[in-house]
Design a protein around this ligand. Sequence first.
Ligand code: PHE
Length: 351
Amino acid sequence: MTKSESTGLPVDTERLVDVVQDRLSEVGDLDELRSLETEVLGKKSELSLAHRSLGGLEPDARRRAGAVLGETKSRIETLISEKREELEEVSRRRQLEADRLDLTEVVRESGRGHVHLVQRTRDELEDVFIGMGFSVAEGPEAETDWYNFEALNMPPAHPARSMFDTFYLELGEPDAVLLRTHTSPVQIRVMQSQPPPIYSVMPGRAYRRETADARHTSIFHQIEGLVVDRGISFADLAGTIEIFTSAYFGPDIHARLRPAFFPFTEPSAEFEITCTICKGSGCRTCSHAGWVELGGCGMVDPAVFAAVDIDDEKWTGFAFGFGIDRCAQMRHEIPDMRILLENDVRFLRQA
Ligand code: PHE
């Protein structure tokens, strides 16, 4: 300890304040601050020792030295409390940062999980159609017979109903409520809820009593499309499907339409795309046809317009519906669709 000449104290108070200031600039957290505080202000500190030595001084010198010590102590206390406030502010900010919920977080790439491939495919398909000016609508998975069949021009006992193996629910009258066999009932709901012009896609789950195999599962996903406007023709339908196909699958993949039958469209077509596995040259997946069926489509049947009170003299339209799972299968070359439902983590992690 060096004796200070001016005060007669065993400590150089100016130097002490400088030292404290230097040490404080090194302090990184509240724990370090507490131990520095004990060191410079505690019982064993230079300052306390100096205080204890006051008794050996003459009364005048004691008063002066006491005042110097008191002032030094309060300067050091001020420095420490300023530092404490600064550190508390930093730790508050860190806590806030850590607690903040980032609602924009994309979980897809993180270790915490993935968006399921079917959901991702659905999102991507929606994006393609939104880019083409469509809006997105949804409807219930448990439907009434009227929406699923009757309004779509399939009255009770209509033979076309046998195209769909249906799960009926024990709800209300027998056979009144069912798990929708396709997303087409949402066409009806959309036409009931808004006047034309309509440019809408309707993705969702559908159910059929199927024996599961590599290309069929009882629960599957479809995306329905509906356009109702003035002067819509079959060429608009074909063009929309072709544009969608190359936008989603790439420029090498094309669409073709083949005559088919659906009670709710007239004329109707099956919609096929170039097999993505062999690019059209023929392989096992496409049964050597070079083409794979994706869904159905056609011009909205006047009987459907009649069910929702749309004047078919004024408005025409087209509709299409195809499998989302099938799109995922074709785009990602998945040999067996059942894997989409099995929740095998080895598959989920890759997807
Ligand atoms: N709903 C039909 C099916 O699931 C597909 C389809 C939709 C056909 C729209 C024509 C128009 O098989």
